[in-house]
Design a protein around this ligand. Structure first.
Ligand code: FES
Ligand code: FES
Length: 161
């Protein structure tokens, strides 16, 4: 029988929020921990840690992913966008304004994940139906708002000229 030893560390190169990043990372480190602990990008949240709640949503090469289910090493050579990449600009993105206008935030823990999922959804189509909003956000859980205000915020952002 042949045993191959998995290396403990990997020299990871990624682009995060437009910046090239090079770090030696443990091969078992999750993308979520790489972002929060190594890069101090704590806007990405952990709740379930099992791919069920969407609190840890980031955009990886143009697709939303649960960063608790992705190893950092799997993102080598990729482009990652976190909530910090959305919120560092001025003025705030339209979707952020509609979240505020619709009172779609209470504790705010789920909000970064919802904003990123909503942005992906809104970028993928010109007009958006209520059904598409529900489907587009079904991977994100909110324990406070009851969803109506979040769905209104996203639908309103999707219907503005
Ligand atoms: S923390 Fe990743 S999906 Fe819940
Ligand atoms: S606002 Fe508290 S979990 Fe959504």
């Amino acid at each position: 029988m042949i045993f191959t030893e998995t290396p403990a560390y990997f020299d990871l190169e990624v682009k995060v929020n437009g910046e090239n990043v090079s770090r030696r990372v443990p091969t078992h480190q999750r993308l979520l921990d790489f972002l929060r602990e190594t890069l101090q990008l704590t806007g990405t949240k952990e709740a379930c840690g099992e791919g069920e709640c969407g609190a840890c949503t980031v955009i990886l090469d143009g697709e939303t992913v649960n960063s608790c289910l992705v190893l950092a090493v799997e993102t080598h050579g990729s482009e990652i966008k976190t909530i910090e990449g959305i919120t560092s600009g001025e003025p705030p993105a339209e979707i952020q304004e509609t979240f505020v206008a619709e009172h779609a935030v209470q504790c705010g823990y789920c909000t970064p994940g919802f904003i990123l999922s909503a942005m992906q959804l809104l970028n993928s189509q010109t007009e958006i139906t209520d059904e598409q909003v529900r489907e587009g956000l079904e991977g994100n859980i909110c324990r406070c708002t009851g969803y109506q205000k979040i769905h209104h915020a996203v639908a309103n952002a999707g219907t503005k000229p």
